[in-house]
Design a binder for this molecule. Structure first.
Ligand code: NDP
Length: 322
């Protein structure tokens, strides 16, 4: 079976198509034929070596597919089941094994591509809006990179909870997409000072929460957008990692809070995983959560997908089809 591996870390050039043996499910695992694999920014962190991985390493940690076989001790899924999962490495491949207790059933009205597009970024948007900072009706929130895969979903969920949504994007085309997703105030942060704009639009008050996945290039200004006792949710570093930070500054800037959350801790139990996946898939099935699936690549084009994502040329979700 074919898979995309890295044998060394580096640029998108290190992605290598390899023929690997069919994996065998170990205890508690299922063998799955992958129908679609999500491309996420975190995959570029592993590829670069920003996050450590044992090499050779099969990239990708989000997919949908059909169960082909299960280990004798598995009773929760069976061959033929349509399933989706995330946070299990090895999805840039035709076949993979995954722990059965991390698989969720795909509802009838959700396609394989929709499931692979929604499960990681959708559950991320879900925990950010519902758990890390449970948005209340009337809250004013800032979401960076609003036309990205996670950004478009987080805008929709923040609007559904009654927020006034501020978002940043790099181009006018992306601004139109963020607007269509429901954003109220759109700031072209490549041209405008987003701190000044936020301050003007909130009459100097600032915001209770900023969702920042851009990191290095926005972190300092994101703090300046907060009102006293506001929360910075730093959940990624698309522009690079944030340098070390002196905590005393949280005090001098208004008793601020910072959290650096990750999805793993918000879907750690089976109950959390099922509840979040259900909310996301229900939204996709009933049309209240819209996915943008404009970027679909054959598995063999994984390097092009990475280059497109990193050069800020994409909007919404990127999928690899084996
Ligand atoms: P996106 O589709 O959002 O792509 C990243 C976007 O970041 C780009 O489209 C771009 O939007 C913006 N960006 C700003 N500066 C840069 C830069 N220098 N280089 C590249 N992009 C830049 O990706 P994802 O939805 O997959 O992920 C978004 C972020 O969320 C990532 O940081 C990721 O690590 C994080 N994440 C975190 C999770 C968690 O649980 N902590 C889970 C899932 C994702 P624009 O052109 O408008 O600036």
């Amino acid at each position: 079976m074919q898979a995309i591996q890295i044998l060394t870390t580096g640029s998108a050039d290190v992605l290598t198509l390899r023929d690997l043996p069919t994996p065998t499910p170990g205890p508690g695992e299922a063998l799955i034929r992958i129908e679609a694999s999500g491309v996420n920014f975190i995959d570029t962190y592993f590829r670069e070596g920003r996050y450590p991985a044992q090499l050779p390493y099969t990239l990708g940690q989000e997919a949908s597919g059909i169960v082909l076989s299960v280990a004798p001790d598995v009773t929760t899924v069976k061959p033929g089941d349509r399933v989706a999962w995330c946070l299990v490495p090895g999805t840039y491949a035709q076949l993979t094994v995954a722990p059965a207790d991390r698989l969720v059933a795909i509802p009838d009205h959700v396609s394989f591509q929709q499931a692979a597009a929604a499960i990681l970024q959708g559950m991320t948007a879900h925990y950010l809006a519902h758990s890390t900072y449970p948005i209340q009706s009337g809250d004013e929130v800032l979401i960076h990179a609003g036309a990205g895969g996670t950004g478009l979903l987080l805008i929709q969920m923040a609007k559904a909870r009654g927020a006034r949504v501020f978002t940043t994007v790099s181009t006018k085309e992306k601004a139109a997409l963020a607007r269509a997703a429901g954003a109220d105030e759109i700031i072209l942060y490549t041209q405008e000072d987003f701190v000044a704009k936020v301050k003007t639009l909130t009459q100097g008050k600032g915001l209770p929460v900023v969702y920042d996945s851009v990191g290095k290039s926005t972190f300092e200004q994101s703090l300046q957008c907060l009102q006293p006792r506001g929360l910075l949710v730093l959940f990624g570093g698309a522009s690079g990692a944030v340098p070390p930070f002196d905590l005393i500054r949280l005090s001098t800037m208004g008793s601020l809070f910072i959290t650096r959350p990750t999805l793993k801790n918000y879907v750690a139990t089976r109950a959390d995983l099922e509840a979040r996946a259900k909310d996301v898939f229900d939204g996709v099935a009933n049309g209240t959560l819209k996915l943008r699936l404009e970027h679909t690549y054959p598995l063999t084009d994984a390097a092009r997908a990475h280059r497109d994502l990193e050069s800020r040329n994409t909007t919404g979700k990127l999928l690899l089809i084996p």
